[in-house]
Write a protein that binds this ligand. Structure first.
Ligand code: ATP
Length: 710
């Protein structure tokens, strides 16, 4: 063993001892919290209040158990040695003994851990040494040091290959792991940013936007208690992507972040997917106005109001109905809630009308009696009262009218309720959206910003939604934000809102999706990450200003990541021309990975499956255990699945490849991917940038002599 290996082994051994102390403390904490939880669950509770308190306490403790259990591997990953001799160990969570001054483990998000991420030889931030620890389970298996203060390495420093290189060498597992040990300076600056408004993170494929977004979510929970109280939401484009990232936050000790797609957020399970043209139209701003206008059109649209009260017919003039409607709307309540107010205002107007017409009728009777008998009934009644010793002015017929009782009676009156239902019906979000999709006149009246052709494209047969009341109307994915908008108009804003919202692949969102997300983030504290060069065909905006401008009304903090950690330099070089076409003027990113040159195979259409399967088998033999992705045009997935491709690789339709990552990728029929959807070159760019090691493209040239280049 060389001297260097000796020194490394000694240091690994030393760290093992220290890390086992940290592990023991974690186990103690875990045992302690589990015991507290068992105690709470076993304790008796008095009354509803007691049960509630017990449940809250048990929920909190169970969350703490999950948090402590979740960190598992890689609990400690760093150590900093300050020039004054202080040593701090950095980990996925913080641990401290009451008796000690310094923490046994510093949470990576704490201010004290900042130099671990930000110190450089130019700005050492008081550090002498930064040490990375590599753990297998809880056992330290490697250390690697960087000296930052210019001092020469001593026998206790193990200066070698950095941890980032090791992290990048690791095989892909199909699930993203935390990069907390190796966050790079430009990434850390965003994760730790004190900015509480909207931060947008852009950057080419593999620059760590998802990594930054997820670590930012964990940082917000730690550093911004107010936002944490309301919770953090991470929004991803589809279930496949959420599955890919679902382990990252639990491994950072955060189990309470909500991961969702737009469909999950709205609580709608779509039964179909719209074509991109229809989806784009349904995502457009025209719908915000149209839905609002459709709902308003159901609010006392016009005319007076006739109602039978007892034996009498009362007519409220149009002006009274309009006054009630405008007052009900002025409260800013959603339609179904404002309906109650409208009804009360209408009843008030009716009561006034009844009082007025009652008084008029009595005056008429008085006048007729006076004419026939010469008697003034009011005077006679007053004289009678004076004789009885009652001095006050006599009650008139109008004063005898008990307005409160009449009002209460009317509010409960079934006839009146039916009449109000005609004027201001209770609505469901589904019927509002369905109306605009199936009724041509309603579409023409409210979707005024669209052309006739566009409206025709959206038109659905009313039968598409099944019989009224039948289960599961066939909503599409693009209907979801419309239903959510309609729900906010008829029932009010969503009950569940969040203190901070993280959106990944944010370039994909339509105008209507932005609205549904912003409804859930009243504080406008958000981290949005994406890349417009990777935008799909439904995206109408071309940049962040275009996407966010109409919604935010305030500036946002725009950050750009420039270093690629996924795709090799060799693969990126082959996408240069494509990038220049889809994002002119965009500088290509610089990757820190090097690897093999990408290969291209050509196949006749009839032998594509055979070529693909042969290539997959060869790769399996040459690189066993690697994660391989086969990406093809959406329309081709069925054919490839039937051929058994999924026994060798993950089969991914190009439309769902955004954000994913594999060791090796086979892109099948790139021209087919380009032709499948508008902006298909962006889909192809996404497909070509998913591999960390090897890329092979299988082209299917039509009617040309097939040559195979290796
Ligand atoms: N600091 C880091 N340390 C270790 N690995 C990193 C780091 N930053 C990024 N990576 C790795 O690089 C790969 C790409 O990261 P990520 O998926 O976050 O990129 P992205 O910008 O979101 O890509 P895309 O635009 O394709 O969605 C992932 O495997 C991720 O773990």
């Amino acid at each position: 063993m060389s001297q260097i290996d000796d020194a490394a082994a000694r240091e690994v051994e030393r760290e093992r001892v220290q890390v086992s102390v940290v592990g023991e403390l974690l186990d103690e904490r875990l045992a302690d919290v589990r015991e507290q939880l068992a105690g709470v669950l076993a304790s008796p509770s008095d009354g509803a209040g007691g049960v509630y308190e017990r449940e809250v306490a048990a929920g909190r403790l169970a969350g703490e158990v999950r948090r402590l259990e979740g960190v598992g591997d890689g609990l400690v990953f760093g150590r900093i040695d300050l020039t004054d001799g202080t040593v701090l160990r950095i980990g996925r969570l913080g641990l401290q003994r009451d008796s000690d001054e310094l923490p046994v483990l510093v949470d990576w998000r704490a201010e004290a851990a900042r130099p671990f991420y930000e110190a450089t030889t130019v700005h050492p931030m008081g550090l002498r040494r930064r040490r990375h620890l590599r753990l297998a389970g809880r056992t330290v298996v490697g250390v690697s040091d960087e000296l930052l203060d210019g001092s020469a390495p001593s026998g206790q420093d193990v200066v070698g290959d950095g941890p980032l290189a090791a992290a990048l060498r690791a095989r892909r597992t199909g699930r993203m792991g935390a990069a907390v040990a190796t966050l790079q300076v430009e990434q850390d600056a965003i994760v730790r940013s004190p900015h509480r408004g909207v931060t947008v993170v852009q950057g080419g494929p593999g620059t760590g936007k998802t990594v930054v977004a997820l670590h930012r979510a964990a940082y917000v929970l730690y550093a911004f208690p107010k936002a944490a109280e309301r919770g953090v939401l991470v929004l991803g484009p589809n279930a496949r992507f959420l599955d890919y990232i679902c382990q990252v936050l639990p491994s950072l000790g955060e189990n309470d972040v909500v991961l969702a797609t737009c469909e999950e957020l709205a609580g709608v399970v779509p039964g179909a997917v719209d074509g991109f043209e229809v989806a784009r139209l349904k995502g457009s701003a025209a719908w915000a106005d149209a839905l609002a206008s459709a709902v308003r059109s159901r609010q006392a649209p016009g005319g007076g109001f006739d109602i039978q009260v007892g034996q009498e017919w009362i007519r409220l003039p149009e002006s009274a109905v309009v006054r009630a409607r405008e007052s009900a709307r002025a409260g800013g309540l959603a339609h179904n809630r404002a309906r109650r107010l409208f009804k009360e205002l209408l009843v008030d107007a009716l009561v006034r009308e009844l009082a007025r017409s009652g008084a008029e009728a009595l005056e008429l009777i008085d006048a007729q009696v006076a004419q026939l008998t010469g008697l003034d009934l009011d005077r006679v009644a007053a004289a009678d009262l004076r004789r009885l010793g009652v001095d006050d002015a006599p009650a008139t017929g109008a004063d005898e009218f008990d307005a409160d009782a009449v009002r209460a009676g009317l509010l409960d009156d079934a006839t009146l309720e039916r009449a109000v239902e005609e004027l201001w019906p209770r609505l469901t979000p589904g019927e509002v959206v369905r109306g605009l999709l199936t009724d041509g006149d309603a579409a023409a009246a409210h979707l005024r910003q669209l052309t006739d052709d566009q409206r025709a494209l959206l038109r659905r047969a009313s039968g598409a939604f099944g019989a009224p009341g039948a289960p599961g109307p066939s909503w599409t994915d693009a209907d979801v934000p419309l239903l959510d908008e309609a729900a906010s108009l008829v029932d009010g804003p969503p009950e569940r809102v969040y203190g901070h919202v993280v959106v990944d692949e944010a370039q994909e969102l339509t105008f209507m999706q932005w609205r549904m997300i912003l409804r859930r983030c009243p504080g406008r504290s958000m981290t949005l990450v994406g890349d417009f060069a990777q935008a799909g065909p439904v995206t109408a905006a071309r940049d962040w200003k275009g996407a966010l401008g109409p919604h935010l009304g305030r500036p946002f903090d725009l950050r750009t990541l420039t270093v690629g950690y996924r795709t090799t330099q060799e693969i990126l070089a082959t996408t240069g021309n494509l990038l220049a076409r889809i994002a002119p003027g965009r500088p290509p990113i610089r990757s820190i990975r090097r690897g093999e040159s990408p290969r291209t195979l050509a196949s006749a259409p009839g032998s594509l499956v055979t070529t693909l399967l042969r290539e997959l088998r060869e790769q399996e033999i040459a690189h066993p255990g690697e994660l391989v992705g086969v990406i093809c045009a959406d329309g081709r997935t069925e054919q490839l699945a039937a051929a058994g491709v999924e026994q060798h690789a993950r089969l991914v339709p190009a439309s769902q490849a955004r954000g994913l990552e594999f060791d090796a990728v086979l892109v099948v029929d790139p021209d087919g991917i380009t032709a499948a959807r508008p902006g298909g070159e962006r889909d192809l760019y996404v497909a070509l940038t998913r591999a960390t090691k090897r890329l092979c493209t299988i082209t299917v040239p039509p009617d040309v002599e097939i040559t195979t280049r290796r």
